[in-house]
Ligand binder design. Structure first.
Ligand SMILES: O=C(O)[C@H]1O[C@H](OP(=O)(O)OP(=O)(O)OC[C@H]2O[C@@H](n3ccc(=O)[nH]c3=O)[C@H](O)[C@@H]2O)[C@H](O)[C@@H](O)[C@@H]1O
Length: 444
């Protein structure tokens, strides 16, 4: 008689298994049958464990030996996507980061689907540098705008990996696939007023996320040079103008500003202990096409067009509130010049081998404009009268004015802003009208 293999024991269609009539055979069959069932369920159980194992981020074939530390962390909700890794994914990462010019660099851009991140990534790619983007696509503002920026970058050949800077396993994997020479760190929780509503998001991205990134950067070989976004808000309640990098920055007016200031101190520590080359850029109210909908110039435009009143802040005794609005193209030039002049980090094997570069620059326009003028310009460009709702400057993070002294950036980076608010807003409005009129498709 033909012996019955275990595989043969498993009926492909239950109820269709033919039983033998002999009692001996019958007994054997029953024994075989229970053995078969046991084998079947054990196999199914093992298969399930195997599938779960493959899906786990820490043990995916793509992850490094280091375990994510965030599994019991409530901030894990920010880590939406653990779906990374595998040969096809690695190929995309490598191809995006491939250098195509002679003296090019390979840059990891965090926050690449953000406003500044998109512009910097596209500019680097255009001149032949290798660029890989990283973004967690959170919903602080309309994620479809971030997706549209991602699509723009995809067309330019920049792959934006979906992931969070707190995911150290992912960061390590990225460095394993590409030995990035530079990191342009722009991922952050932005906005001064929102910090009252969601303080934890600032701690998560601007503190924990920064440390996570620096931990990885200090331990990889070679260490990259890092350029990152600080903020003009670190000048806080200072009254001396224009703001110079030498001025005090110990009076932040918002938690946002406090996290950026803390970031500057954290940068000092990683430079001091591990020899990381670090450049912090204090951006002054950056605006332009593809901008952030939470910023005043952006939602003023939207609300003027829809006839909604706009809240315009004024200081005590009808005091003027003003900003050193800085156009995105000028900021991009400042970012690229910072990357170009960044010296190499000096550490290796996680240890500092010599003093490393540590810089902070103001990137502003040096020409503050009252918010009321911003509204006047928008009205003319949109050809719609704004409904002004004059309000007292709230005490929730706003400062009365900002004004950058840019002599240091001018000297060291060759930084020279060339766009006034009128010109820059004209470009923004043109983009805005096309983007929102054409179903978010055609704006460049
Ligand atoms: O320069 C910076 O460091 C900061 O610039 C902006 O912060 P902010 O200058 O407050 O930019 P907006 O929120 O666009 O406000 C611009 C001006 O409009 C005023 N404003 C804002 C909102 C509003 O409803 N009404 C109003 O008059 C503000 O007081 C401010 O003077 C960004 O939102 C921050 O992420 C960035 O770090």
């Amino acid at each position: 008689m033909k012996s019955i293999s275990h595989l043969d024991d498993i009926p492909s269609t239950p109820g269709k298994f033919k039983m033998d009539k002999s009692p001996y055979i019958h007994h054997r069959m029953r024994w075989h049958s229970s053995l078969a069932k046991l084998t079947f369920w054990s196999f199914l159980f093992m298969a399930l464990i195997f599938v779960l194992f493959l899906r786990s981020p820490s043990s995916s074939p793509s992850s490094s030996s280091s375990q994510p530390q965030h599994l019991s962390d409530p901030s894990r909700r920010y880590l939406q996507n653990t779906n990374w890794g595998g040969p096809a994914w690695e190929k995309r990462v490598r191809s995006s980061a491939r250098i195509r010019s002679q003296k090019g660099m390979s840059v990891l851009v965090t926050g690449a689907a953000g406003f500044v991140g998109t512009h910097v990534s596209a500019a680097l790619k255009r001149r032949g540098d290798g660029v890989l983007g990283l973004d967690n696509f959170n919903d602080y503002y309309d994620p479809s705008l971030k997706r549209a920026r991602q699509a723009l970058l995809e067309r330019a050949g920049v792959f934006v990996v979906e992931g969070d800077i707190n995911d150290e396993a992912l960061l390590r994997k990225l460095f394993e696939v590409v030995p990035f020479t530079h990191v342009m760190h722009l991922a952050a929780q932005a906005g001064v007023r929102y910090a009252m509503d969601n303080p934890a998001s600032y701690v998560h991205s601007n503190l924990a996320g920064l440390v996570s990134l620096l931990e990885v950067c200090k331990s990889v070989n070679p260490q990259p040079a890092i350029v990152w976004a600080s903020s003009s808000s670190v000048y806080g309640l200072n009254t001396k103008v224009p703001f110079s990098e030498k001025d005090r920055t110990d009076q932040p007016a918002s938690l946002y500003a406090a996290t950026k200031k803390a970031g500057e101190e954290i940068a000092h520590t990683y430079n001091h202990i591990y020899g990381l080359s670090l450049t912090g850029l204090r951006f002054f109210t950056v605006y332009g096409p593809w901008g952030r909908p939470d910023m005043a110039y952006f939602f003023f435009t939207r609300d003027i067009l829809s006839g909604k009143p706009i809240p315009i802040f004024e200081a005590a005794n009808h005091g003027t509130v003003a900003r050193d609005f800085t156009y995105i193209d000028d900021i991009v030039r400042g970012c690229l010049a910072s990357l170009d002049t960044a010296e190499k980090s000096t550490g290796s094997g996680g240890k500092k081998k010599g003093p490393a570069q540590l810089r902070v620059f103001n990137l502003g326009n040096t020409s503050p404009v009252p918010v009321t003028d911003l509204v006047n310009i928008l009205e003319k460009l949109l050809k719609v009268k704004a409904k002004r709702n004059i309000m007292k400057l709230p005490r929730n993070g706003d400062v009365q004015f900002t004004h950058a002294n840019i002599s240091s950036a001018q000297r060291e980076l060759g930084y020279k802003p060339t766009t006034d608010l009128q010109t820059g807003l004209k470009k923004f409005v043109r983009w805005y009208l096309r983007f929102y009129a054409d179903g978010k498709k055609s704006a460049e």
